[in-house]
Design a protein around this ligand. Sequence first.
Ligand SMILES: [Zn+2]
Length: 276
Amino acid sequence: MREHNAKVQEKVQHFKCFIHNMRNLHKHLRSACIKQPKGMDRLLYCKKLATAIRTRVRLELTRLRKLLRGDELYLARAREAVTNVLECFSGSHDSCKHKSVVCTAHLKGHSTRYLPYGKNVVLSAADKQKLQKVLDKYCGVQQLRDTVQLHNTNRCENMHSRLFSYAPKSMVWKRSFTALCYSATLGASVGRGLSLLQLAGRCGINIEASDPMYRYAMFTQNIARYHSDRKQKHEYKTSRYLSHRKRANRAVLSQSLYKAPSKVSKEHDYGINLGN
Ligand SMILES: [Zn+2]
């Protein structure tokens, strides 16, 4: 890119993927060795805390980006918001009014449901330092500047996965490889059915609207559109969220006393699940 910039005398900027950065932040927060409150599972607690922090940072950044047009303004506010997260999570909301656009502590109906186990986080100075270090590494000044537009690589990844399934690497030396790549990219941009028709036209096959091939192509096109519309719907997103949450809590639920054949209820018979 540096060479390209020098040649074209233009400044093409290089951005990094916002979602990947958040994913890395989550991963490193989770593995930061912090102490859990008494009587809680450490791994589970770290996981919940990391998720809470990641969600908070993501919300702050996306909301600030919507509010502020200028990059410099956004960067200054974003940095403040990131440094304020741990303070806010520990229950001191003094600077939230100026620094946060997410915190709802000033509202009457405020609850700490978004925090791990619904309680304010109690951190020792050393733990706070560890977490802040990770936050500074992934949401420092330079990292925020790299992801300033909050771009993601979703479309690019979508394209690659399509490309590698239609034209796998084992086909590189086959004669049809270029055509397969072309077909995959065309399919990604205009849809599977239309790409089929366009390719057929290029190959000199004349297809009329009454032909079975035409009807089949339009049928696949409509089905694909139906599914992509369905995925945009609120119901779909809610059900995905619920099933994800169910999976995330599976470790906790497996030890629940209220679940039929549970190890704990077998060891300690509290008068429930007597059938086992
Ligand atoms: Zn707050």
